[in-house]
Design a protein around this ligand. Structure first.
Ligand code: Q46
Ligand code: ZN
Length: 310
């Protein structure tokens, strides 16, 4: 099999595009898809400072790599969740990548460690709170990413969610008709209130398989294991279902998610209402100053509960 763009041997075929590429043409294809997403969804410009949320996995490290290669001013934030070997290994992958990024591009890595104030690690903290680990983790990650982005004056926060992640999330939201979540599922979420960072997902046009191939071809050393807490998560089931549909009919994931985005764009009213709504009800948390709809934000409430003796 030959590359569609040059005489070299193809290393990957993309059934959804009826195309096959060699290593360097595939890398170029990925960069073009990201650049197209950034432009069409008005994510950021060359002068903006971007904070990439990195976990040590393929998507987030590849995203940081792509943004730097495309010439953007991108730093990263890693949150050490204190989950045994998984956190130790993922932190090491992130630090190794960050050393190279600093040397080649002058990029910086910020690290937040879930510290003794938050419990010994995310699992211990969740136990104290009698809450599921992943929802505790979600609150901590959202809070810390936003805090660092705002305190360090970043213009936008980028995460490595890919097409598979977004299509699976959409399927979950549609199956339960969670319209309040549907409204907020977009590759670009504007900073709706002062104190909230703008959030973007530049990999929404690329699949999980494509991102894994990109990481391998570009020698990005990432942690292959998923977080041990992800086992049994609904998202994995949705991804499996979508993969079966995709195998039967290539392009299904793309048609599902991109079709949703087109419908959403033609119904601009939704996002405008959402932004106005957020602005109307949010104000600074009395404890930490981050935006919240109540008097105290959910992170501060959680931390206060963790410190209260049972
Ligand atoms: S990191 Fe955190 Fe995920 Fe691990 S504890 Fe759950 S939410 S599974 S993306
Ligand atoms: Zn707070």
């Amino acid at each position: 099999m030959r590359c569609k763009k040059c005489p070299h041997k193809a290393v990957i075929n993309l059934p959804r595009h009826h195309i096959a590429f060699c290593q360097s043409c595939f890398t170029e294809f990925v960069h073009t898809q990201v650049a197209r997403g950034i432009k069409s969804q008005r994510m950021f410009g060359p002068q903006d400072r971007i904070l990439v949320a990195v976990s040590g996995g393929k998507d987030s490290l590849a995203l940081w790599n792509i943004l730097l290669k495309l010439g953007y001013r991108a730093d990263a934030l890693y949150i050490d969740l204190g989950i045994g070997d998984y956190s130790a290994q993922s932190r090491q992958k992130v630090e190794t990548f960050a050393d190279k990024a600093r040397e080649a591009y002058g990029a910086n890595l910020h690290i937040h460690t879930v510290d003794p104030d938050e419990g010994a690690g995310i699992r211990e903290l969740a136990n104290v709170l009698h809450r599921p680990t992943c929802s505790t983790c979600g609150t901590v990650k959202r809070y810390q990413f936003n805090r660092v982005a705002v305190e360090q004056n970043y213009d936008v926060m980028a995460t490595g969610h890919n097409l598979d992640d977004e299509a699976a999330r959409l399927l979950g939201n549609v199956l339960r008709w969670q319209t309040e979540y549907l409204d907020k599922q977009a590759p670009t979420l504007p900073a709706s209130f002062e104190g909230f960072a703008k959030k973007v997902k530049p990999l929404y046009r690329l699949t999980e398989r494509e991102m894994a191939a990109y990481a391998v071809i570009n020698r990005i050393d990432y942690i292959v294991e998923e977080c041990p807490m992800a086992k049994g998560a609904k998202m994995l089931v949705y991804k499996e279902v979508l993969n079966r549909l995709e195998a039967e009919s290539p392009g299904t994931k793309q048609a599902f998610y991109w079709g949703f985005l087109e419908k959403q764009a033609s119904n601009k009213h939704t996002t405008e209402t959402m932004a106005t709504h957020d602005r109307a009800v949010l104000h600074p948390c009395l404890t930490c100053g981050q935006p919240t709809s109540g008097e105290i934000c959910s992170y501060c409430k959680m931390m206060a509960r963790a410190k209260t003796p049972a």
